[in-house]
Design a protein around this ligand. Structure first.
Ligand SMILES: [Zn+2]
Ligand SMILES: [Zn+2]
Length: 148
């Protein structure tokens, strides 16, 4: 069977990366599979997943764990995330939106801190517009600190 796996792999990787960057979102492998399939009709979900994993190993994409699912981020600049509690949309928030967060938290503990994870939660513009009185149960917020 004549194959050129390396070349095919490269162009698949390129298309997967292009689609991820184009989405501007943080798709799961399943979500990205649907858009990649429009360009490579015979690609399988497993192939998309394997390519995403190798792109992550190469530092070309950032894997984000989202509870039980894995999302992928093509934005490699320092930034934070904001999640809609209604529809689950995960958007980028530029690092400048969170000034002062880097101010030595080591002052407050004896840990040697090497990094942090932070995610903001709220309601996206679509959900606010669709239902201005969008609200959530208190227990949904139990994992999150409320802003004041
Ligand atoms: Zn939303
Ligand atoms: Zn992001």
């Amino acid at each position: 069977m004549p194959t050129r796996p390396q070349k095919r792999m490269t162009s698949q990787r390129r298309i997967i990366l292009e689609e991820l960057l184009k989405s501007g979102m943080h798709p799961t492998a399943d979500e990205l599979f649907l858009t990649v399939r429009e360009r490579i009709p015979r690609i399988s979900l497993g192939t998309v997943y394997r390519n995403l994993r190798s792109l992550a190993e190469d530092g070309r994409v950032r894997p984000l764990s989202d509870g039980s699912r894995m999302r992928f981020d093509g934005n490699l600049r320092e930034h934070y995330h904001i999640r809609c509690l209604n529809c689950g949309t995960l958007d980028d928030l530029p690092a400048a939106a969170v000034k002062g967060l880097n101010e030595s938290p080591e002052r407050w503990s004896s840990y040697r801190i090497i990094g942090y994870k932070i995610e903001f939660v709220g309601f996206c513009p679509n959900c606010i517009n669709a239902s201005p009185e969008v609200s959530i149960e208190e227990e949904m917020l139990s994992d999150f600190k409320r802003c004041r």
